[in-house]
Design a protein around this ligand. Structure first.
Ligand code: NAI
Length: 398
């Protein structure tokens, strides 16, 4: 069928299999173009949240940077006749197709990572096929979580804490810059957001994998966080989601403590702001990213997920002495947070209006990245050509 983008707000309801495949191939080619990493590299990797964004980039970097066997876990919608799958489904199908062609082990599980059932299924697969894993990347971004023990369902919210937040944002479809105001959190908003996006589930995974004996000696695990500038602080780092990130970051130390017998280590990497399905849902971030992209592209230091994760693996995570900030975190948001970059973004922020943004910001870059997430507007793809929506993921576990 001919597949076109159908958007509703910050989501796109359709996805293009050929475009998604091309995106994956481009990321694989990027990693192949880099010199192979050093002696200490991941060989058996589990990626939780492996189908899009930073998790997909982590799977590709593991597989093509160090020939690692990968198990990818995600929660994606399969296709139906006449209805496309979610993009992460097509990405995972494309990744596995390439990996298998290149002789790499790659299997996937589609299900709720928060559940005990999916944890048990993953452990069984590791035992059966890999024995143990030496790296777990935890890259989940979810709006909801059902607690596996209590059955309680938590919803995360993106709200400031303490007072109403008002600032500009952009509707990236229309280019309209307008003020939005967000009421502060109330009731259990903070606890609920921490329950979804904090570290409890990461810790549960590690506890269960460790108890099953499937973590190798010197095992590593990494989860992803964000800090960002003062501009977005009230809604991000000092808001409800920031509390969840504080919890995630604190959990890294607890995990490291719990893995002493195998010399295991947990890290949080603070990544750059990028257009993903998760970030396009956050108010103010689209305007910030449009300005940030413009400045970083002009400076020649713009990166996407794959460039970020390549740098994380090759220049941080597998270094003898991993460079950490004062809070014990890995920083690959270092270029975003450079003083000169932030000073320029701040200046542009003051000038940003519906009229000026097309000139002073990179709204086009934002939009292209957004449509690319769903496999649209990808260079080299013929969108006039019939595409088969019914794509299988070859190594998907029943
Ligand atoms: P994304 O939306 O592209 O990916 C989320 C992944 O989680 C997908 O693979 C999805 O299938 C999976 N997932 C969601 N719910 C699931 C569930 N219940 N069970 C199994 N899998 C599930 O998100 P993105 O942006 O790559 O985020 C990943 C991490 O990186 C998050 O912790 C996010 O906060 C962090 N981060 C994101 C930044 C950004 O600008 N996008 C910046 C810095 C950190």
């Amino acid at each position: 069928m001919i597949i076109e983008p159908r958007t509703r707000g910050f989501i796109c309801l359709t996805a293009h299999p050929t475009g998604c495949e091309q995106n994956v191939i481009n990321q694989i080619d990027y990693i192949k173009s880099k010199t192979k990493a050093k002696a200490k590299v991941p060989k058996k990797v589990l990626v939780i949240g492996a189908s899009t964004g930073f998790g997909l980039a982590s799977r590709i970097t593991s597989a093509y940077g160090s020939d690692a066997s990968t198990i990818g876990l995600f929660f994606e919608k399969p296709p139906k006749e006449g209805r496309t799958a979610s993009p992460g489904w097509y990405n995972s199908a494309a990744f596995e197709k390439q990996a298998h062609k290149d002789g790499l082990y790659a299997k996937s599980i589609n299900g709720d990572a928060f559940s005990n059932e999916v944890k048990a299924k993953t452990i069984n697969l590791i035992k059966k096929d890999l024995g143990q894993i030496d790296l777990l990347v935890y890259s989940l971004a979810s709006p909801v979580r059902t607690h596996p023990d209590t059955g309680e369902r938590f919803k995360s919210v993106l709200k400031p804490i303490g007072k109403t937040f008002a600032d500009n944002t952009v509707d990236f479809h229309t280019g309209e810059v307008k003020e939005i105001s967000i009421e502060p959190s109330s009731g259990d908003d903070i606890e609920n957001t921490v329950a979804v996006m904090g570290g409890e589930d990461w810790q549960m995974w590690i506890n269960q994998l460790n108890a099953a004996g499937v973590l190798s000696k010197d095992f590593k695990t990494a989860a992803y966080s964000y800090i960002g500038p003062s501009l977005t602080e009230a809604v991000y780092r000092k808001g409800t989601i920031g509390k969840a990130k504080d919890h995630l970051e604190a959990t890294a130390f607890k995990i490291t403590d719990s893995l002493k017998t195998i010399n295991g280590k947990a890290y949080v990497s603070v990544n750059k702001a990028l257009v993903t399905q998760a970030s396009s849902a956050i108010p103010v971030i689209p305007l910030y990213i449009s300005l940030l992209y413009k400045v970083m592209k002009e400076e020649g230091i713009h990166e996407g997920c794959i460039e970020q994760i390549e740098r994380l693996f090759n220049e941080r995570l597998y270094e003898e002495n991993i460079p950490l900030d004062d809070e014990g975190r890995i920083r690959i948001d270092d270029w975003e947070m450079r003083d000169d970059i932030q000073a320029k973004v701040l200046e542009l922020w003051k000038e940003a209006t519906t009229e000026t943004l097309p000139h002073i910001g990179d709204l086009e870059g934002y939009k292209t990245d957004f449509f690319n997430l769903f496999g649209f507007e990808v260079d080299g793809v013929d969108y006039e050509k019939d595409a088969n929506e019914m794509v299988d993921i070859p190594g998907l576990q029943a």
